[in-house]
Design a protein around this ligand. Structure first.
Ligand code: ADP
Length: 762
C-alpha cells in the first residue's frame, strides 16, 4: 500500500478525524442523551467506512462494502436526527434501514456480478447489492433533509428553528461531501472528504452543545458582504474601463493621458466613498437590520413610560415601543412579587393572546434564579435546550412553553426581581440579535421607576375599592341594624296593643255582665251576646299567645315536627277554607292550580296547614277588594336530579312589598307600616297583624328542609304590583325519620284533625 498516494492519505486522515471526534463526544459524558449515543454510532461507522476505503480499495468487492457501511452510517445519522428532533417511530426506521442494508450485503454475497462498467471511484459500487446500498443511503439522506426542513418551517420560535436549520445545513454539507466522493477525479474526492468532514464537524457541535450560531444571520451577513463587494467593484471597473477607452479613442499624448487618468481616478475615488457608504447602508438595512440610536430610543421610551401610571397602560406602552423598534409579534409585561419561598408572576398582556393566569415559581427555580442573578435576557431556547435547566419543574416548563415567548428580560428594583418583559418572536422570524437584546435590557432598566409607580398606583386603587366595598357593607349593616332596632321597640308597642285590646274587651264585658246581673235585669239574650263577645276576645288572646309561644319555641329549640305522609291538595284546601266567607265578602277570586297532580309529601300536616293559612291570609289582607289570589304548585327536580321538590307559589294582585323589606318581613314582630295599629281582623284589607305569621311560616318550612322567599316589584297602593311567595319543600325531608314513614292518611282523617290555634295569626 502506498501511503503517500492521495487514495490512501485521504481515508487515513478521515478515519483519524472521525475517531478523534468520536472520542471527544464520548469524553463529554455530561449529556449522553439517546441522540448522542446514536451519533457516536454514526462517527464509528464513518471511521469504519474510511478504513474500508483505506485497506480494501481497489478491490472489486470493496466499493460495495464501502457503500454498505456508508448506508449504515446514514441510518445511524437518521436515528440521531430522530432523537434530536423528537420524531416518533424510531423502531420503524431502525427496522426498515437495517433490513435493507442486510439485504444489500446478502445480494453482494450471492450475486457479486457487476452491472455497470467498473470505475475507480472510491465509493461507487457496481454490483446489485452495492447499488441497493447506494439507494438506501440516498433515500435516507433525502428523508432526513426533507423531514428536518419541514420541522424547521413549522417551528415558530427563531432559536428553536435555528437549531433545526443548523442541523439541516450540516446534514446537507455531509451529504454533498458524500456525493462528491462518488466521482473518479482524485482532487474532487479530496474536496468531498473535506466537505463531508466539515459537515460532520458541524453536526458534532450541534450534538455536544446547544449554543449554535445563527445560521440565517450568518448567511445574510455573508450575502451582504458579497453584494457590497460586487456593488463597489462594479463602478470602479466602469471608471477604469471608461478611462482606458477615452485615452485610447482620443489618442492623447502619453503625458496628457496620464494626467487625464489621474484626474478621472481621483474624481472616481472622491465620488466612490459616499457611494460605497450609501450602498452599504441600503444593503445592511435590508439584509442585516439597522443599528439604533440607543440614546434617542431610551429617551423617548423613558418619556413614554414615565407618563403612565396604570399597569395595563404601562404594559401597552412598553411592548408597543419595543414592537415598533424590533417588530415583535407578541409581548407582555409580567409583574413579579417575591413571597417567602416563591415568586409569583402575573402576566399583563399587551400584544397577541397571552393568558392572565398567575403562576408561582419556587424561589430556587433555575428560571427565576438566572434572571435574578444574571440580570440579562433569558431565551426560551436556553430553557428548552441548555442542560442547566433540564431539572426544572415540568409544570414551570409547561407554563413557559405555553407563553410562546422568545425571550424574558428582567426588571430589577434594587436587588429584587420586580418584573419581566416577555417578548415573542419577530415578524421576520429572525432571532433577536445581541445588540437588540442589549437594547431591550437597557429599556427594561429604564422601566424600574415607572413599574414601581404603576404598582403603587394599582395597590392604592385596590385599597380604595376595598374601602368603598367596606363602606357599602357598613351602610347596609347599619340600615339592617336600624330596622332590627325598630323591630325591638315596635315589639313592645305591638305586644301591648295586641294583648291589651282583647283583654280590655274581656274585662269590659265581664264588668257589664256583673253590673247588669246585680241590677237583675239581664235577659237570656243579653247574657248570650255578652258571653259571645268575651269568648271571641279570649280566643283572639289565645291565638296571639299561641303564636308568641310558637315564635319562642322556634327561637329556643326549633319547631318539633310530626311527620306524616300528607297530600298537598288537602293542606291547601284546609288552609283556604276558613277564608271562604271573607273571599265572598271582599269579592276576591281564589284560584288553585296543580295541587291535585302531586305525589304525597312527607311532612308535618298541621304545621303546613298553619303555614299556608298564614301566607294565603296575608295575600287576602294585602289585596284590595276585587283582586285575585293564585296558588300554583308543581314538581321540581333538584340539581342533582335525585331528590324531588314541590314548589308552591302564592301570588296576589295586592299592594306589593318594597324590596328592602323582602328579608325583614320574615323577622319576628316585623311589619311594614305603623306599629301602633293593632290587629284588625285577619281578613280586612291592610288589617294589621302582630308580625309573627311569616316568621313562624319560615321556621316551619326551614325545619322541613325547604325554603321560603318573596318576590315583588315594590309597594304601590295605586299600581298594585302584587307579591309572589315561593315555598320549596322536599318530598322527603332529609331530617325526617325514614322509618317513621306512615301510610298515606285518608283525606277525611286529615281534615278531622284539629287545626293548631296559631293558624289564625297572620
Ligand atoms: P302580619 O301579622 O303583620 O301580617 P306577617 O309576618 O304575616 O305579619 O307579615 C309581615 C309583614 O309582611 C306584614 O305586616 C306586611 O307588611 C307584609 N306582607 C306579608 N304578606 C304580604 C302580602 N301578600 N302583600 C303585601 N305585604 C305583605
Amino acid at each position: 500500500m502506498d501511503f503517500a498516494s492521495i487514495d490512501t492519505l485521504l481515508p487515513l486522515a478521515g478515519a483519524a478525524a472521525y475517531t478523534i471526534l468520536l472520542l471527544s463526544v464520548w469524553a463529554r459524558d455530561s449529556q449522553q442523551g439517546s441522540h448522542t449515543r446514536w451519533f457516536m454510532g454514526f462517527l464509528a461507522a464513518s471511521a469504519l467506512w474510511e478504513l474500508i476505503l483505506l485497506f480494501l480499495v481497489p478491490n472489486p468487492v470493496a466499493p460495495c462494502l464501502a457503500a454498505a457501511s456508508l448506508a449504515a452510517g446514514t441510518l445511524l445519522l437518521a436515528l440521531t436526527t430522530n432523537a434530536y428532533v423528537d420524531w416518533p417511530q424510531q423502531q420503524r426506521w431502525l427496522l426498515v434501514g437495517s433490513t435493507a442494508i442486510l439485504a444489500a450485503i446478502a445480494l453482494d454475497v450471492f450475486f457479486p456480478r457487476s452491472l455497470l462498467p467498473s470505475t475507480t471511484g472510491m465509493t461507487m459500487p457496481t454490483t446489485p447489492g452495492g447499488l441497493l446500498s447506494l439507494l438506501v443511503w440516498f433515500s435516507l439522506s433525502a428523508t432526513i433533509l426533507i423531514k428536518t426542513w419541514r420541522n424547521y418551517q413549522r417551528t415558530r420560535l427563531p432559536w428553536h428553528a435555528n437549531r433545526l436549520l443548523h442541523w439541516f445545513f450540516f446534514v446537507l454539507v455531509t451529504f454533498a461531501g458524500e456525493l462528491l466522493l462518488l466521482n473518479d477525479t482524485p482532487w474532487l474526492q479530496g474536496v468531498g472528504q473535506a466537505v463531508r468532514l466539515s459537515g460532520v464537524l458541524g453536526l458534532t457541535r450541534a450534538v455536544v452543545s446547544h449554543r449554535l450560531f445563527d445560521v440565517r444571520a450568518r448567511l445574510r451577513k455573508a450575502l451582504a458582504f458579497l453584494l457590497i463587494a460586487l456593488a463597489s467593484a462594479a463602478p470602479a471597473t466602469v471608471v477604469l474601463l471608461a478611462t482606458l477607452w477615452v485615452t485610447e479613442r482620443l489618442s492623447l499624448p502619453s503625458s496628457y493621458a496620464y494626467a487625464f487618468t489621474f484626474v478621472i481616478i481621483t474624481a472616481g475615488l472622491i465620488l466612490y466613498q459616499p457611494f460605497r457608504r450609501f450602498i452599504e447602508r441600503i444593503i445592511y438595512r435590508y439584509l442585516v437590520g439597522e443599528e439604533f440610536q440607543t440614546s434617542k430610543v431610551v429617551r423617548s421610551y423613558s418619556q413614554a413610560t414615565s407618563r403612565t401610571l396604570d399597569v395595563e397602560q404601562l404594559s401597552l406602552v412598553i411592548i408597543g415601543t419595543i414592537s415598533e423598534l424590533l417588530e415583535t409579534t407578541r409581548g407582555a409585561l409580567m409583574l413579579v412579587s417575591r413571597n417567602s419561598n416563591h415568586y409569583e408572576v402575573e402576566p399583563i398582556p399587551a400584544m397577541g393572546h397571552v393568558s392572565r393566569e398567575k403562576v408561582r415559581f419556587a424561589a430556587d427555580s433555575r428560571f427565576v434564579e438566572t434572571l435574578v442573578n444574571h440580570r440579562q435576557p433569558l431565551l426560551q431556547y436556553e430553557v428548552d435546550f441548555n442542560p442547566y435547566y433540564a431539572e426544572m419543574d415540568p409544570a414551570d416548563r409547561e407554563w413557559l412553553s405555553e407563553q410562546n415567548m422568545e425571550v424574558y428580560v428582567p426588571v430589577h428594583t434594587g436587588s429584587e426581581l420586580s418584573g419581566l418583559i416577555a417578548l415573542g418572536p419577530k415578524h421576520s422570524g429572525l432571532a433577536y440579535r445581541a445588540n437588540e437584546l442589549e437594547l431591550v435590557q437597557v429599556l427594561a432598566d429604564q422601566t424600574v421607576i415607572a413599574l414601581q409607580n404603576a404598582r403603587l398606583y394599582r395597590e392604592l386603587n385596590r385599597q380604595n375599592d376595598r374601602i368603598r366595598h367596606l363602606n357599602t357593607d357598613l351602610r347596609q349593616q347599619n340600615e339592617r341594624l336600624e330596622i332590627l332596632d325598630k323591630i325591638k321597640t315596635d315589639f313592645i308597642t305591638i305586644a301591648s296593643h295586641e294583648l291589651r285590646t282583647p283583654l280590655t274587651q274581656v274585662k269590659g264585658y265581664a264588668d257589664i255582665l256583673e253590673a247588669m246581673n246585680e241590677e237583675e235585669d239581664l235577659t237570656r239574650e243579653q247574657t248570650r251576646e255578652i258571653v259571645g263577645h268575651i269568648n271571641r276576645a279570649s280566643s283572639r288572646l289565645e291565638t296571639l299567645i299561641t303564636a308568641m309561644l310558637d315564635a319562642s319555641e322556634l327561637e329556643s329549640s326549633g319547631i318539633q315536627l310530626a311527620y306524616l305522609e300528607s297530600r298537598l291538595d288537602s293542606i291547601i284546601r284546609l288552609a283556604t277554607e276558613p277564608f271562604t266567607p271573607a273571599l265572598h265578602r271582599r269579592r276576591l277570586r281564589m284560584e288553585i292550580k296543580g295541587v291535585d297532580d302531586l305525589p304525597t309529601i312527607h311532612a308535618d300536616f298541621k304545621r303546613l296547614v298553619q303555614t299556608f293559612h298564614n301566607i294565603i291570609g296575608n295575600a287576602i289582607k294585602y289585596t284590595p277588594d276585587g283582586g285575585a289570589i293564585t296558588v300554583t304548585a308543581e314538581l321540581a327536580p333538584s340539581v342533582d336530579g335525585e331528590s324531588q321538590f314541590v314548589e308552591i307559589v302564592v301570588a296576589d294582585t295586592g299592594i306589593g312589598i318594597d324590596p328592602q323589606y323582602h328579608e325583614m318581613i320574615f323577622e319576628k314582630f316585623f311589619r311594614v307600616g305603623n306599629p301602633k295599629l293593632h290587629s284588625t281582623g285577619s281578613t280586612k284589607f291592610m288589617g294589621a297583624g302582630p308580625g309573627l305569621g311569616l316568621h313562624i311560616a319560615k321556621g316551619v318550612i326551614e325545619a322541613h328542609g325547604g325554603r321560603i322567599w318573596v318576590e315583588s316589584d315594590g309597594e304601590d297602593k295605586e299600581r298594585l304590583p302584587g307579591s309572589r311567595f315561593h315555598v320549596i319543600l322536599p318530598l322527603n325531608p332529609p331530617a325526617a325519620p325514614l322509618a317513621a314513614v306512615q301510610p298515606p292518611v285518608q283525606e277525611e282523617e286529615q281534615e278531622q284533625q284539629e287545626l293548631p290555634a296559631g293558624s289564625l295569626v297572620g
